[in-house]
Ligand binder design. Structure first.
Ligand code: GDP
Ligand code: GDP
Length: 439
């Protein structure tokens, strides 16, 4: 399970700047597709081989009792409750403010490990920029410049060391053939996730599973269906928490992200009796960024008039067009209709996600694509695509080698993606294209 790091601090201390620096490299992997809504407060970062989740919290005014500041404080509390380590940012140019003290008190009560970080310290002496902040009683502050990158890597390394001590232990990786396809069911509250879980498990043989212990916060429920093995990833209650965190919401982005990242195939549930919301689109965006295989279930299809059905279909087409690669199923978790087809798509999405694409076949497909349509020149430069090999599974990654590939425009990249998709019948999984130029 990826460690979770929350960025906390007053408005304008540089949280977003640090967040962008930590997640930027990830972002570049995902094309900006029309309609794709991303939640800019949650991102994945990576230092070397270590991936982590990072949460950017809005400006924290802990004293606000109502209104938007109160809402932001609530969200900050939730983020801290879910974090394995907190990076508490203060502004080295402005110096200490009373709010910094209030935040310190809150963080201390949270019991979470906290790293105090003085930002905007470029060109300043350690002793002078930190002097103010010893008063907070959080030990020697880290000093960084989020804007320039100074000190950021050391900070993240240390945050990860601390977070990993604090994070629940990861289970031994399971052999896929033993426990089968790992499925996460995600969606906003009340779309019918628990109902679908019960229907799936009620109809099928549940193999004995461990109840959640204290050291892990997701449970795995193996089950069998038509002789095939599956494992349902179910995120249990949030880690043990102190009194400060009583107001935790039913819906947790972190839990959603964790279960997505532990799954092979994600079932995104939507509610046919409601409009597609911003939250649906955010969750869809997370799945797309994760690269996991996807099947969409439009639940509560029972008892709808045909004009209502048409309306929701149009709504989906308009708002979730970037999920074009996935299969959509109209189901009723309550009445257990459409489940067999849904599960069939889970199987085929998994097969596509795990497809083995041989180098000669990929290269032939690449040649066909180029023959049919050449990449555009940029100035006097014409990109040259030479050969392709597979760089990974779940999602499949096609690595294309050649020259001047950085000059390839996003439209051509999408064209290549579609060509590989069609050639290898990859339905239900995102597909990533990466370019490696030899000069
Ligand atoms: P947030 O409200 O805490 O998310 O703060 P932002 O990331 O939006 O940054 C607030 C302002 O501080 C912006 O104008 C940033 O450009 C600036 N800023 C952020 N990091 C640094 C830094 O390392 N050095 C300097 N000089 N300015 C910074
Ligand atoms: P969750 O919050 O996503 O786990 O949603 P629940 O499974 O708790 O379901 C929320 C509500 O929707 C409950 O009242 C369910 O009975 C209802 N519900 C779930 N699935 C269906 C369905 O297929 N059809 C209808 N009509 N109601 C459903």
């Amino acid at each position: 399970m990826k460690p979770v790091i929350a960025l906390v601090g007053r408005p304008n201390v540089g949280k977003s700047t640090l967040f962008n620096r930590l997640t930027r490299s990830r972002d570049a992997l995902v094309a900006d597709l029309p309609g794709l809504t991303r939640d800019r407060h949650y991102g994945e970062g990576r230092v070397g081989e270590r991936p982590f989740l990072v949460i950017d919290t809005g400006g924290f005014e802990p004293v606000a009792k109502e209104g938007i500041m109160h809402e932001m404080a609530k969200q900050t509390k939730q983020a801290v409750a879910e974090a394995d380590a907190v990076i508490f940012i203060v502004d080295g140019r402005q110096g200490m403010t009373p709010h910094d003290k209030t935040i310190t008190d809150f963080l201390r009560k949270s019991g979470r490990p906290v790293l105090l970080v003085v930002n905007k310290a470029e060109g300043m002496k350690y002793t002078s920029v930190t002097a103010d902040f010893y008063e907070l009683g959080m030990g020697d502050p880290y000093v960084i410049s989020a804007a320039h990158g100074d000190g950021v890597m050391d900070l993240v390394d240390e945050a990860l060391n601390i977070a990993e001590q604090h994070a629940p232990q990861q289970d031994e990786p399971v052999e896929p053939d033993q426990k089968g396809i790992r499925i996460a069911i995600v969606g906003r509250p009340n779309v019918g996730k628990s109902t679908l879980v019960n229907t799936l498990l009620g109809e099928n043989r549940v193999i004995a599973f461990d109840m959640p212990g204290t050291t892990r916060d997701s449970i795995e429920i193996p089950f069998e269906r038509d002789g095939k093995h599956y494992t349902l990833i179910d995120t249990a209650g949030i880690r043990r928490r102190g009194k400060v965190f009583e107001a935790i919401e039913k819906f947790s982005v972190v839990k959603t992200l964790q279960s997505i990242s532990e799954a092979n195939v994600v079932i995104l549930l939507l509610d046919a009796q409601q409009d597609i919301s911003e939250q649906d689109a955010h969750i869809a965006g997370f799945i797309l960024e994760s690269g996991r295989a996807l099947v969409v279930g439009i639940n509560k299809w029972d008892g709808l008039e045909s004009d209502q059905r048409d309306a929701i279909k149009m709504d989906i087409e308009r708002k979730l067009s970037f999920l074009f690669f996935a299969k959509f199923h109209f189901i009723s978790a309550l009445q257990a209709t459409g489940i067999a087809q849904l599960m069939k798509s889970v199987d085929s999405a998994y097969a596509a996600a795990m497809a083995k694409l041989a180098t000669p076949k990929l290269t032939r497909a690449l040649e066909e694509a180029v023959e049919h349509q050449q990449p555009k020149r940029r100035g006097s430069i014409r990109p040259k695509l030479r050969y392709a090999h597979q760089g990974g599974q779940n999602p499949p990654i096609v690595v294309i080698h050649g020259n001047a590939l950085e000059a390839i425009d996003p439209g051509y990249k999408r064209y290549l993606e579609k060509h590989f998709r069609d050639t290898f019948s990859l339905v239900g999984t995102p597909l990533r294209i990466e370019f490696r130029s030899s000069k």
